[in-house]
Structures are given as structure tokens and as C-alpha cells.
Design a protein around this ligand. Structure first.
Ligand code: HAM
Length: 578
């Protein structure tokens, strides 16, 4: 049996309803804060992540799914150049070209399907419609292989049998053209049938290193630069989608996982650098989690300073690490030299006591960084978003500057970071773009859904009604189901091959609230037997009143579900804030 690859998983119903609920809720929140959606490709050039996220990070150095995208044979280029080289200047000669057989366009289509690109006349026009000479079929391939030869012989057979008039008087030659290099390295030689020609030139476009995106910030900034989004001023963008990291899979950690993220980016003149943006993003996150009914989160906040602050910090770290690095893990020994800040990413328990003694970035913040950080904290306090300072928090990606943060959640266990983010004021420039300060975050959607599960009951919408047709009543039942579904009711439709007992079992299994029986008598009376599966109560309801009847009942049920309560709670002043 072929199974999903380790670290990947299928999301199945009913859990997918939870994912949809989360995504609908976050889209609502993003709308309220005037964020708009961006979708970038799932793979990018490897260099984007190496330069954006940083060579020394765990993500880039160990966890990326990278491959060399194979060389591409440029068939059009070799065809064009060969044609140009084979063009005759003599008007007496019929020129080589992508010639159609007069009146037989389908023949050309067949040639194309075979992968025979050209049909070339080489000869002399003796009268307007009469040629002497020969016809050639020409196929272009990256190398000499049986498929090219077979295509050519097939083309000739086709021409001979179907178009005897056109080809009868002419010799038909076959020619397989490959790049010179490929011809030289091949054991194949001309056969009686097929002339093999090596044609000089480079017809391969070079290969590229590509990577499945391990995160989406670098892709968004790449798109910002590529589409000159600075013309819009401040861009407030969000994304929802899969990311890929080759990490050791465990609960809450997958190789394909999903992020819900957002980025605020633009020229400094549009206010992108203001601490008000940092605070707004963090306040939005608090609102979002509260709205989803997740209240026991903890916001950990730090400032990782400007590159200038960090240069001083790195120097101090190197000095502090120098006498002790020998005692640390191999990764840390390397990091101590190349990128000492990354020592804080170390998870090796034996290294932790040493890391505890290292200097902290907070001691190295310049005046500007300190003021910026204080301003962020000040707004958060005033709007009532609680946070705690964590001066060890440096985040595992190199692009961060100044504000850095994580939200953790108790119920998640070891992988307790539900989301992370921060400022990346120099990222655009590092990728060759204009200065474009920015701040953003990404929520681990897998983890978010995990922490939501307890409160999930009300999200999973079961069928409101199971419509059960009696013998011969499939069409009548379908008509009725169609009417009810138009009223936004969730309807499960049975089958008239089921006996009544089986219909009841199916309705119960589907979790339907009601079963509606469609028998001959009901159709005649235009009123249907309706049974409440929980209470057993049964009544007859006229067709015209059915939808109205259900909607009223369902509204009453909805008002008492946990999600609607969470929503109402938020609107009346969010719990969990302040
Ligand atoms: P990150 O901290 O690498 O940041 O990832 C953000 C969140 O994605 C984590 O807090 C976690 O919830 C989730 N996550 C990461 N790896 C996995 C995994 N293997 N399995 C399940 N969930 C995972 C970033 O990716 C930055 N791009 C965030 C950002 C946006 N910073 C600024 N803008």
C-alpha cells in the first residue's frame, strides 16, 4: 500500500470543517484590519531563501526541499536555427519551411503529434505546381533515441499511404537533427532510412536550483520588489497556504504544514517603520486568537535591534563563546564563528547552561531601537494586550530587526509556538529591492487547529435534515431536497432502495437532526412526515411551510453553540485581553 509520505498527512472530514472555520474567521479579521490576500508560488529559486532567510539558519542549512531542475531542451530554438541555415537563396529552389500539405491540414497535425517538426521540400520548381527533387521529414531531439527514429518512419508511412498523389513522385528522406554534442556522444549512425545530423549550437537552457518554500515572507518580499508594490504605499498582505521543512516529524511538527501569515511592508514614508504598525499587528493577533476562542495564549516580546546593534552584540557573543565553545555541540561550534546569534536556536540540553550565561541583545540596543521598542510596548499596554518580555527570543530566521515575537499556547506541549514574527527592515534591500521596512507574522495553522479542538463541536455542521425517499420516490425526494437546499439548509439525501429502517440508521449515522419521509401518500397530500431524531417527536408539515419551519428551529440551535458564543463574547469586549 502506498501511504502519505512521512511528515505529511491527509486532512479529512470532519476535521477539515475546523480548518474552514479557522480560515473563514481569519479572513474576517484580516478584512476588518484592511489586509488583502496575496498568493505566491509554492516553489521559488533557492537563492531567495538562502539570501532572505539566511544560510546559517536551521531552515536553510538543514530543512529545505531543494532540487536541481533539469536542463531543458529548447526545441523551438534548434528548429528555427536549422531552418535559417537550410534556407535557399535561389528562387528556383523551393525554400525549406514549415510547409503544409495543400488541402491536408490534418496531415500537419498528425506530424506534430508524432513530434516531427518539419516537412521540407528540396527541389526545383519546374512548373507552378510541379516539383522535381525530394521531400524530407525532419525531427529535432535532444539526443538520438529510438523514439525520434520511429516518429520519422511513421511520418513517411503516413505520407505514403494517405497522400500518394502528393508524395508518389518524390523520394521521401528522413532526417533526425540533434545538438552536435549529443550526436558526437551517441553510438547511433546514419541508417539506410534515417540521416542523423549533429547541429552546432547550445540548445539547452541551463538548470536551476529550486526549493519548496519553507516560509512565505521571502516570497512576499520578492513579489513586492518584482511588481513594484511600493507604488501602493503601505501594503497590508496576508496569505494562507502550505510550507515545507524537512524537520523530524512529531506532534505539531510536520514536513508539509500550513501557515496563515501577514506582512505589512512599504516605503518608510508610508509609515512602515512606525511602532504603531508593530502594535497594530500584535493587537490584531490578540483579537484573532480571542475570536477563535483561544484565550490562554502568552505573547513573548523582544527587540533584536538594528544590524548595527547586532554587529556589536555578535562581537560580544563571539568573545563570550570563544573560551566555552569547545564544550558545545558541533552546530554551536560552527555558529560561534559564522553567526553567533544562531547559538540561541540550539535545542541541545547540555548546551543550555552555557547559553544562559551569554550576553543578551537587550544590553546592546542603540537609542533608536530602544525607543522604538518602548513605543510598541506602550501602545500594547494602552490597548490592553498583555505580553511578557523574553530577551532570549531571537527567532530562527536571519532577516529580523527590532521587534520579534512569538505567541505560545500551553496546550501544545513541546511545539508550543503557535505563531511567530517580527520586523525585517532590511530584507527587501538584501534581495536587491528598494528600502522597504516591514513587519509580519505566520501562524502555524496545524497547531492552531490542534489547540482549537476542544471547543470545536459547534463548528462541525451536521446535516439539518435527512430526506428519506420510499420506494419509487427518488425524483420527488430530489425535488424536495433541491427546494430546501436553496434555503441554505444542509440536506443529506437517501435512496429509495433503502427500507425505512435503513434510512433511519443512515440518518442517525450522518448525525442529522431530522428525518423527512417522502412516500406516495405524502406526495399526494403535499405534506411530509417529519421526525425529530433526538426526541422521537413526529409531525406532518405542508411543503410550503417546510423551509420556514427548519430555519426557525436551526436558528435556535445555532444561538446556543460555543462558536457563536465566542463571537458574541468578542463583540462585547474580548476576553483574554488586558
Ligand atoms: P516561523 O517561526 O519559522 O516564522 O514559523 C511560524 C510558525 O509556523 C511557527 O510558530 C509554527 O507555529 C509554525 N511552524 C513552523 N514549522 C512548523 C512545522 N514543521 N510544523 C508545523 N508548524 C510549523 C516564519 O515562518 C516567518 N515567515 C514568520 C514571519 C512572517 N515573520 C515575519 N513575517
Amino acid at each position: 500500500m502506498i501511504k502519505a509520505v512521512r511528515g505529511t498527512r491527509d486532512l479529512l472530514p470532519p476535521e477539515t470543517a475546523l480548518w474552514n472555520f479557522v480560515e473563514a474567521a481569519v479572513r474576517d479579521v484580516f478584512r476588518a484590519y484592511n489586509f488583502q490576500e496575496i498568493r505566491t508560488p509554492i516553489f521559488e529559486e533557492t537563492a531567495l531563501f538562502a539570501r532572505g532567510v539566511g544560510e546559517e539558519t536551521d531552515i536553510v542549512s538543514k530543512e529545505m526541499f531543494t532540487w536541481q531542475d533539469g536542463e531543458r531542451f529548447n526545441e523551438n530554438k534548434i528548429t528555427d536555427e536549422w531552418l535559417r541555415a537550410n534556407q535557399s537563396d535561389d528562387p528556383q529552389h523551393v525554400q525549406a519551411g514549415r510547409v503544409n500539405v495543400q488541402g491536408n491540414p490534418s496531415f500537419l497535425t498528425k506530424l506534430k503529434e508524432l513530434g516531427v517538426q518539419l516537412q521540407v521540400w528540396r527541389g526545383i520548381r519546374v512548373q507552378p505546381n510541379l516539383l522535381t527533387g525530394h521531400v524530407e521529414f525532419v525531427a529535432f531531439r535532444s539526443r538520438i533515441a529510438p523514439d525520434g527514429i520511429a516518429a520519422l518512419t511513421k511520418a513517411r508511412d503516413l505520407a505514403k499511404s494517405h497522400y500518394a498523389q502528393d508524395f508518389g513522385n518524390h523520394a521521401i528522406l528522413l532526417r533526425l537533427v540533434v545538438p552536435d554534442e549529443a550526436a558526437k556522444s551517441s553510438p547511433w549512425v546514419d541508417t539506410e532510412d534515417v540521416k542523423i545530423e549533429g547541429f552546432a549550437g547550445n540548445y539547452f537552457s541551463s538548470s536551476q536550483s529550486l526549493t519548496l518554500r519553507p516560509e512565505n515572507t521571502a516570497g512576499v518580499v520578492r513579489a513586492y520588489i518584482q511588481h513594484d508594490l511600493q507604488k501602493n504605499g503601505l501594503n497590508k498582505l496576508y496569505y494562507i497556504g502550505p510550507q515545507f521543512r524537512r524537520e523530524r516529524p512529531q506532534k505539531g511538527r510536520y514536513r508539509q504544514f500550513y501557515q496563515i501569515g501577514a506582512e505589512v511592508i512599504g516605503p518608510a514614508s508610508a509609515g512602515s517603520e512606525s511602532p504603531a504598525r508593530d502594535a497594530e499587528v500584535l493587537e490584531m493577533l490578540a483579537t484573532l486568537l480571542d475570536r477563535l476562542g483561544i484565550t490562554d495564549w502568552n505573547l513573548e516580546l523582544n527587540s533584536v535591534g538594528t544590524p548595527a546593534d547586532r554587529a556589536k552584540f555578535n562581537e560580544a557573543l563571539r568573545a563570550a563563546l570563544d573560551p566555552v565553545k569547545e564544550k558545545m555541540c558541533d552546530d554551536c561550534q560552527r555558529r560561534a564563528v559564522t553567526n553567533p546569534l544562531r547559538v540561541f536556536d540550539c535545542k541541545v540540553p547540555e548546551d543550555q547552561p552555557i547559553i544562559e550565561t551569554l550576553p543578551r541583545i537587550t544590553q546592546f540596543l542603540g537609542e533608536d531601537s530602544r525607543k522604538h521598542f518602548e513605543a510598541v510596548q506602550d501602545i500594547l499596554t494602552k490597548v490592553g494586550v498583555r505580553f511578557s518580555l523574553n530577551d532570549r527570543l531571537v527567532r530562527g530566521l536571519d532577516y529580523y530587526t527590532r521587534t520579534a515575537f512569538e505567541f505560545t499556547h500551553g496546550a501544545l506541549g513541546a511545539q508550543n509556538a503557535i505563531l511567530g514574527g517580527g520586523r525585517y527592515d532590511g530584507l527587501s534591500e538584501a534581495l536587491g529591492g528598494p528600502a522597504a521596512p516591514g513587519i509580519g507574522f505566520a501562524i502555524g495553522e496545524d497547531r492552531l487547529v490542534m489547540s482549537l479542538k476542544e471547543t470545536a463541536e459547534g463548528v462541525l455542521r451536521k446535516p439539518d435534515v435527512y430526506v428519506a425517499p420510499m420506494a419509487g420516490m427518488n425524483a420527488e425526494a430530489a425535488r424536495l431536497a433541491r427546494e430546501l437546499r436553496r434555503h441554505d439548509l444542509v440536506i443529506e439525501l437517501g435512496d429509495d432502495g433503502f427500507r425505512l429502517k435503513k434510512s433511519f440508521e443512515a440518518a442517525t449515522k450522518a448525525g442529522a437532526k431530522y428525518i423527512l419521509i417522502v412516500g406516495e401518500n405524502e406526495v399526494k397530500a403535499d405534506a411530509f412526515a417529519l421526525k425529530n431524531l433526538a426526541t422521537g417527536e413526529q409531525i406532518s408539515v405542508p411543503r410550503a411551510e417546510l423551509a420556514h419551519y427548519f430555519l426557525e428551529l436551526i436558528e435556535r440551535v445555532r444561538e446556543s453553540t460555543p462558536t457563536s458564543r465566542a463571537k458574541n463574547g468578542r463583540e462585547n469586549g474580548a476576553p483574554g485581553q488586558g
